[in-house]
Write a protein that binds this ligand. Structure first.
Ligand code: PGA
Length: 227
């Protein structure tokens, strides 16, 4: 499997900032055989980024992701973004159950399981974020058949946005633990990944989820170049 490098901009950036990022002089067509890149922009800029990514010559291995998805289908759910809303945008991945969603928006394991079902029913690959302590409780909420369709992101809360990434040896152990629970699924790591440490994590995982270091196109380009 190709390594997955996901840029999660969270709720940062103006529209102009997103335009500048997409126009930046990043070398997109390196490592196309070994790496797939995902950009998960804020929802208001999804259409813009989606249209940009249609240029497959410039972005041969860059795919669109969302940072969340409604746990409900289309309908009377004001403010929610449903799988149906995303049809036609070429969304390939959905980051689900990020610790910031769990912490600030009180998402439960059950909510995340419903989101996974919604994503899959719209042909979107779920990237399910877990910290060590809720690997099992999260998996218990997910149907056995569905478990094997997930990509799991190990995201230790203390490493996110702190500049202090998790010990690689520990990441390796948690990756095994996740596979014991979810099955032979792709597992990626997220938490203070940058151009200096990315390769260590790629040795023991199937990819990385990058927050802070994805905000600046130059910095993100350095990560891609060092892989
Ligand atoms: P970070 O964020 O790279 O800023 O630590 C990672 C994440 O939230 O997944």
């Amino acid at each position: 499997m190709k390594k997955l490098i996901i840029a999660n901009w969270k709720s940062n950036k103006t529209f102009e900032g997103v335009q500048k990022w997409m126009e930046a002089d990043t070398a997109w067509n390196t490592n196309t055989d070994t790496v797939d890149i995902v950009i998960a922009p804020p929802f208001p800029t999804l259409l813009y980024v989606s249209n940009k990514l249609l240029d497959r010559k410039k972005f041969p291995n860059v795919f669109l992701g969302v940072q969340d998805l409604s746990s409900y289908p289309a309908g009377k759910y004001t403010g929610a973004v449903s799988g149906q809303n995303l049809e036609g945008f070429h969304v390939i991945y959905a980051i689900l159950g990020h610790s910031e969603r769990r912490r600030y928006f009180h998402e439960t394991d059950k909510d995340v399981a419903l989101k996974i079902e919604q994503a899959l029913s719209h042909g979107i690959k779920p990237v399910v974020c877990v910290d060590e302590e809720y690997i099992e409780s999260q998996a218990r909420q997910i149907d056995d058949v569905v478990l094997k369709k997930c990509i799991v992101a190990y995201e230790p809360i203390e490493a996110i946005g702190s500049g202090v990434a998790e010990d690689v040896g520990h990441v390796k152990k948690v990756v095994e633990k996740i596979r014991n629970v979810f099955g032979e699924v792709p597992v990626i790591y997220g938490g203070s990944v940058d151009d200096m440490n990315v390769n260590e994590y790629l040795l023991v995982t199937d990819g990385v989820l990058v927050g802070t270091a994805s905000l600046d196109p130059e910095m993100f380009g350095r990560i891609l170049a060092s892989v």
